[in-house]
Design a protein around this ligand. Structure first.
Ligand code: DQA
Length: 145
């Protein structure tokens, strides 16, 4: 089985660390990538992707069908709007963990609904950027043989 895990990030997360640090913290996405890499075991690897474009995220999810054993995804605002990302994830067979840096349930009501949660095997919200590490650990424990 492939030991590659896709860690996908949606719109505006390229500004992580600079954008609303009171909500999203001061770590950049490159720090998140380093933290994730430091907990990899065995032959596991990650592909870290960020895009502000829905179609690019969908293309990566399609690519993951052949290449990855699991997906960690923070779809950002597309969480609350994108049936297309949900459909793409439904075409992926491995485990999917949805991550939100902030506790979306403590925020505006439009953030309380997630299309992606209809597919996700686990949902993490409000752990800050540590949520990515928790999600990665979960994918590894579900796919390690
Ligand atoms: C987010 C929460 C979303 O509601 C928001 O649109 C984001 C980031 C989070 O990580 O907390 O861009 O997914």
């Amino acid at each position: 089985m492939s030991k590659l895990i896709y860690v996908l990030n949606g719109p505006n997360l390229n500004l992580l660390g600079k954008r609303q640090p009171e909500i999203y913290g001061t770590e950049a996405l490159s720090d998140v990538e380093q933290n994730c890499k430091s907990l990899l075991v065995d032959d596991y690897e990650i592909f870290m992707g960020q895009s502000n474009h829905e179609g690019q995220l969908i293309d990566w999810i399609h690519e993951a069908r052949d290449k990855a054993c699991g997906i960690v995804i923070n779809p950002a605002a597309f969480t609350h709007t994108s049936v297309a990302i949900l459909d793409a994830l439904n075409a992926f067979e491995g485990p999917v963990i949805e991550v939100h840096i902030s506790n979306v349930h403590k925020r505006e009501s439009f953030r309380h609904h997630s299309y992606v949660s209809l597919r996700a095997d686990g949902v993490i919200a409000g752990l800050g950027t540590e949520g990515y590490e928790a999600a990665l650990r979960r994918i590894i424990s579900l796919t390690r043989s």
